[in-house]
Design a protein around this ligand. Structure first.
Ligand code: ATP
Ligand code: MG
Length: 527
């Protein structure tokens, strides 16, 4: 696939990718289930009809093409309906996780100049304290709520036909805020044309969705990852999406994969890791699973080995950001080099560059960068030209992550630029150390950061969460873990300090916030 193949026609609306499956009246789009065993299904035809009613209701309430709608609906069929309805009507969606609180909502509603919000009924109280909410049109889903327009009722009054708004490929479709792993979330502008490029990059060769597949992508609405996989990639390929509304529980996930005969799985490294650490994996039959991918954080080798040994499926890594698409990945059929996140995806020009913006050769560590003419790159940070400019170096956009490339073109992740540890002049990526640590049978999770040190500048410090029911002498275990790392990586990388925690600080999307641990180290040095 070439760059040109990722460029959408001039007039293009991403809903057209989904609507083409609505001709067949029996084609199931989504199977939803919750943790009490309640289940619902919807066909593509019904989904599009209901989306059209919602789009009509939005237009009747005075919303216009280009207006921004913040949507806070959890893992329900209604989330798909509302997103499709808004996009169909030419509105822009601001995805919002149900875990966001008043202050997060305030930031998005003001910064994003939100015209309307759609909330699932249990969350409406979060909006009460938002300044200026009086000027915003408020729709509630699932149950009536005082002071809110009841969308379920409004849509019933509407026609189930709505012509797709004639958007251009350069019109904004999503305003997605980043995870906030490193600081304040950034408003990322994505166009309908971005959707075109993303679908062609991620759905077919990475997720490797085949017609008729049942696909479980576990990301929740509100994150860009939800738009990537459960929303665009599933509905844009005519697959059947499995939607599970329930808490993450490794045992339950494995049972669902088995019972529902899931063919394609997309989840986070943490979810894979916790599944892999379950006892008695051979109780589960995952023989229907032909494709399993992971993204969002580095994927440990341990996980790849366990899934291959027990389930005969290779978990394939993929790297990307809210700002772009799947930039680097192990596509189906590609040789896996465990520990490497794969190669640049076809049509996307990804390089490792130096301080001057020149591409580096094999073996050299540098900044992962994306050529500015890449179609799946975001348009800008919303209302923040400074920040947009700061993310450019020459003809490239800087991801803020570092890696090296080997002779075969495989990328090896080092870490976020801010997370890289410089100790006694050595540059150490936290990932390699973490990867070694989690191989140890006592370790559940860990995070490795720089800890200030008078002699060495910094030393490597590991924060470790132990598996349940591990009762050992901690000093002894520390020595054992240090030796374990020395056995698995270059010895100078071993963690000179280890601290045990009950849990690691994480973003609401579940990513480890090393920045918090690093700051803690800095503060304790000053104290
Ligand atoms: P913020 O930009 O607000 O600090 P964030 O960068 O975590 O938050 P996202 O866009 O959700 O927001 O995440 C993208 C980042 O996640 C990447 O820049 C990278 O650091 C990390 N990442 C994603 N996939 C992988 C992967 N396969 N391996 C390693 N790191 C990954
Ligand atoms: Mg980021």
């Amino acid at each position: 696939m070439k760059r040109e193949d990722l460029i959408a026609p001039e007039q293009y609306n991403v809903v057209s990718e989904v609507e083409r499956f609505a001709n067949d009246s029996n084609h199931t789009a989504l199977h939803w289930e919750d943790d009490s065993g309640n289940a619902r299904e919807i066909t593509y035809r019904k989904l599009i009809k209901r989306a059209s009613k919602i789009g009509n209701a939005f237009l009747r309430q005075g919303l216009k093409k280009g207006d921004k709608v913040l949507v806070m609906v959890p893992r329900l069929i209604e989330a798909y309906e509302v997103y499709l309805g808004a996009l169909k009507a030419g509105l822009v969606v601001i995805p919002s996780s149900e875990m966001l609180r008043a202050k997060d909502l305030q930031y998005r509603i003001k910064h994003g100049e939100v015209k309307a919000v759609v909330s699932y009924y249990p969350y409406v109280d979060q909006f009460a304290e938002v300044d200026g909410i009086g000027q915003v049109t408020k729709f509630v889903v699932g149950h009536e709520s005082e002071g809110w327009l009841y969308l379920d009722y409004l849509m019933d009054q509407e026609n189930d036909y709505l012509e797709i708004a004639p958007t251009s490929r350069d019109d904004m479709a999503f305003l997605s805020y980043t995870s906030g792993t490193t600081g304040n979330p950034k408003g990322v502008v994505h166009t309908h044309g971005w959707g075109f490029a993303h679908l062609r990059t991620a759905a077919y060769k990475w997720l490797a969705i085949e017609e008729g597949d049942k696909v479980w992508a576990t990301a929740g609405p509100g994150w860009q990852k939800w738009i990537w996989s459960p929303f665009l990639s599933v509905l844009g390929t005519g697959a059947t999406g499995f939607v599970y509304q329930g808490k993450f529980d490794p045992e339950r996930y494995l049972t669902l994969l088995d019972n529902h005969k899931i063919n394609v799985l997309c989840c986070t490294p943490t979810e894979y890791r916790l599944m892999a650490k379950q006892d008695g994996l051979d109780r589960f039959d995952l023989s229907h699973l032909h494709s399993a991918v992971s993204a969002g954080e580095p994927l440990n080798r341990e996980v790849i080995d366990i899934f291959l040994n027990h389930f005969n499926v290779t978990v394939r890594d993929g790297y990307g950001q809210t700002e772009n698409t799947l930039l680097v990945g192990i596509l189906k059929g590609m040789e896996v080099k465990p520990g490497s996140m794969g190669k640049p995806t076809p049509g996307n020009e990804v390089a490792i560059i130096d301080e001057e913006g020149r591409p580096l050769g094999a073996g050299e560590i540098g900044d992962i960068a994306v050529h500015l003419n890449t179609p799946a790159l975001f348009k800008e940070y919303y209302k923040d030209p400074e920040r947009t400019k700061m993310s450019y170096r020459g003809d490239y956009y800087l991801t803020g992550d570092q890696a090296s490339m080997d002779e075969d073109g495989y990328f090896w992740f080092e870490g976020r630029s801010d997370d890289i540890i410089i100790s006694s002049g050595y540059t150490i990526g936290p990932f390699e150390v973490e990867d070694a640590l989690v191989k140890h049978p006592s370790v559940q999770e860990c995070a490795v950061v720089a800890s200030p040190d008078e002699v060495r500048g910094n030393i490597v410090k590991a924060f470790v969460v132990l598996k349940q029911n591990i009762h050992v002498d901690q000093d002894e275990l520390t020595r054992e873990l240090q030796q374990h790392v020395k056995d698995h990586t270059a010895p100078y990388k071993y963690p000179r300090k280890i601290e045990y925690l009950d849990e690691l600080p994480k973003t609401t999307s579940g990513k480890i916030r090393r920045v918090e641990l690093r700051n803690k180290e800095k503060q304790s040095e000053r104290a």
